[in-house]
Design a binder for this molecule. Structure first.
Ligand SMILES: *[C@@H]1O[C@H](CO)[C@@H](O)[C@H](O)[C@H]1NC(C)=O
Ligand SMILES: *[C@@H]1O[C@H](CO)[C@@H](O)[C@H](O)[C@H]1NC(C)=O
Ligand SMILES: *[C@@H]1O[C@H](CO)[C@@H](O)[C@H](O)[C@H]1NC(C)=O
Ligand SMILES: *[C@@H]1O[C@H](CO)[C@@H](O)[C@H](O)[C@H]1NC(C)=O
Ligand SMILES: CC(=O)N[C@H]1CO[C@H](CO)[C@@H](O)[C@@H]1O
Length: 530
């Protein structure tokens, strides 16, 4: 009892301190040189087509693959100095592969239909998060000690996309060890938001979200253990899908999740045009796609919608921005008016403990008692385990190669492990929450929930709101499929969005609802366009 009063006071004190620091940081930043411009808008027509459409036109000889690849290379060269998203390219190899595609089509040995079936993305460019292996590209996950690690093979999902004919252009930035929601590390620096370079791109698949939104890539590969696909997709105003756990193979990424963490890690598609989500997911998943019903028609009128506007007041997490709440209300209104459905407002009380549940589950041992690899070990990358407090001292003296969030994560992990008794309770709570969602959503329910409490914050601000990723992370623990869907721009021209959540193996529900919303809410917006 005494302890809980103490704990509560400590949390309140920390909250007050972090608010004060945020205000001071904003003040200090407003004196420095400010650059709040977006990137120049994409105007070239080939940059404004979905992957599906590019593939169709290439197959039908309406456009040349070489021209598409060349157009994207030029766009990356134009925008990358501003946003720092692509960290290694393979442009020469991509152009060579594009010529081969054009030759294959010119020979005319295969009819259009069979090309569509066997290589649905023939000739379409894509990018890959640096932590996911692309043969010949660095595979460091932003760890300075892995600076010279070059992937020798492709990750499973990259293999699948290449088999479908897609052409990789390069790899993009992420946060150190993929464990933070600002993409900034001591190897590649900081990636900047294409709508306003003063803002973050999110993480850990932040370079992907950024280069796709800046029209430097059509589509990309991300991975998500606490929101790493959905947060960058949200901050950059594009689509991202975290599939049902176990649907898409995770092989070939660093860190490769082991133990229970492997249950939370999901690899998935990110893209600008909603029509690419389902075809990409089909290609990336491989044979396991038969576990879901992506081709099943969905009648929105028959979907049961549930909406929750905030987590119920967790002391660790910021309040949801009023513009995001307004966007969510506009969405529920649209669904009700357009489809005659009744969106039910729900309060799921355990969502308030999302952050605690996620951290307890991340450190929980396997059912066989084995622990999964800790971040301490991963950060050392086969070297000596790092000692977080000592690392923090070194950091302050400017001697540590690690980022503050990564060191903070190791400390949080140690604290979470020490709290064994409350972890048992939290794990139980997680099971109960899972049942609650299963019963609520069934095979016809979609749950609307904010993607994040804040619209793309300024650089460094996440350090003072470290647990805001709880809004996405809870669905990794629950293993549910979630589509992040853009909902237009804020008054400051920054992306708004929402998470559409369905029950296990009902990915088709949230994906099809997202398709219905693209037209009404405008989908991706060209940054910098009037
Ligand atoms: C990426 O990193 C892993 C882990 O250290 C390494 O073993 C491998 O060479 C790289 N992956 C691939 C598939 O090449
Ligand atoms: C299919 O999913 C299971 C787990 O659900 C996984 O073990 C297996 O490797 C997957 N198969 C492929 C080919 O990705
Ligand atoms: C993950 O990495 C460990 C150690 O590098 C390796 O033994 C294991 O096979 C890898 N697992 C997967 C699923 O790639
Ligand atoms: C787990 O939760 C259930 C349902 O609320 C409760 O009945 C049970 O006592 C809990 N068990 C533990 C070990 O806390
Ligand atoms: C700003 C910054 O540090 N950019 C770096 C991104 O990564 C490339 C490739 O390693 C470097 O050349 C840039 O300097």
């Amino acid at each position: 009892m005494v302890w809980s009063v103490l704990e509560r006071s400590l949390v309140l004190l920390l909250r007050g301190a972090s608010r004060l620091l945020l205000a001071l940081l904003s003040l200090a930043q407003s004196f420095g040189p400010r650059n709040v411009r977006p990137v120049p808008p994409a105007v070239r027509p080939l940059l404004l087509l979905s992957g599906v459409e590019l593939a169709r036109r290439i197959r039908q000889k309406q456009i040349k693959c070489v021209d598409v690849i060349q157009e994207y290379i030029s766009r990356i060269r134009d925008v990358n100095p501003i946003i720092n998203a692509v960290v290694a390219e393979r442009f020469a190899a991509a152009l060579k592969e594009a010529k081969e595609v054009d030759n294959r089509i010119a020979e005319g040995g295969e009819d259009v239909k069979s090309l569509e079936e066997s290589v649905p993305y023939l000739g379409v460019p894509f990018t890959v998060k640096e932590a996911i292996a692309l043969e010949g590209s660095p595979n460091s996950s932003g760890l300075v000690s892995r600076k010279n690690v070059i992937a020798l093979t492709d990750a499973d999902v990259v293999t699948n996309l290449r088999k479908a004919g897609a052409i990789p252009l390069g790899v993009t930035n992420c946060s150190e060890l993929c464990m933070w929601y600002e993409s900034s590390n001591n190897l590649y620096g900081t990636t900047r938001n294409p709508y306003n370079v003063d803002r973050i791109v999110g993480g850990s698949s932040g370079g992907e979200g950024c280069i796709i939104a800046a029209a430097g890539s059509v589509m990309g590969v991300g991975s998500d253990i606490g929101g790493s696909i959905r947060m960058p997709a949200f901050f950059n105003g594009i689509y991202g899908h975290k599939p049902t756990t176990g649907l898409v193979p995770n092989g070939g990424q660093f860190p490769n999740a082991t133990g229970r963490k492997a249950e939370f890690l999901c690899t998935g598609p990110m893209c600008r045009y909603v029509e690419d989500l389902i075809p990409m997911l089909k290609v990336m998943a491989g044979p396991n796609i038969s576990k879901v019903k992506l081709d099943e028609e969905v009648f929105i009128k028959k979907v049961k919608f549930y909406s929750m506007e905030h987590d119920g007041g967790s002391p660790f997490v910021s309040k949801v921005d009023s513009e995001l709440i307004r966007a969510q209300r506009k969405l529920t209104e649209y669904l009700e008016v357009q489809f005659g459905v009744q969106v039910q407002q729900v309060q799921i009380h355990k969502m308030k403990y999302a952050f605690q549940i996620w951290s307890a589950m991340m450190v929980s041992p396997e059912t066989d008692g084995k622990e999964s690899r800790s971040f301490k070990e991963l950060m050392a990358d086969h070297g000596k385990e790092i000692r977080p407090l000592w690392e923090l001292v070194k950091k302050i003296l400017g001697l540590s190669p690690h980022t503050i969030p990564a060191i903070g994560l190791v400390i949080t992990e140690d604290l979470a492990k020490a709290n064994h008794q409350s972890n048992v309770k939290l794990m139980n709570m997680s099971r109960n929450l899972q049942n609650e969602f299963s019963n609520l959503l069934g095979d016809d329910g979609v749950f609307l929930y904010p993607s994040h409490p804040k619209i793309a914050p300024r650089h460094h601000h996440p350090k003072l709101m470290p647990f805001n990723f709880a809004y996405t992370a809870i669905f990794n623990v629950l293993g549910l499929p979630v589509t992040q869907c853009p909902l237009g721009l804020s008054k400051d021209g920054l992306p708004l969005g929402i998470q559409l959540v369905a029950n296990h193996h009902n990915d088709h529900l949230c994906l099809r609802v997202a398709q219905h919303l693209e037209c009404a809410f405008g989908g991706w917006r060209n940054p910098g366009a009037p």
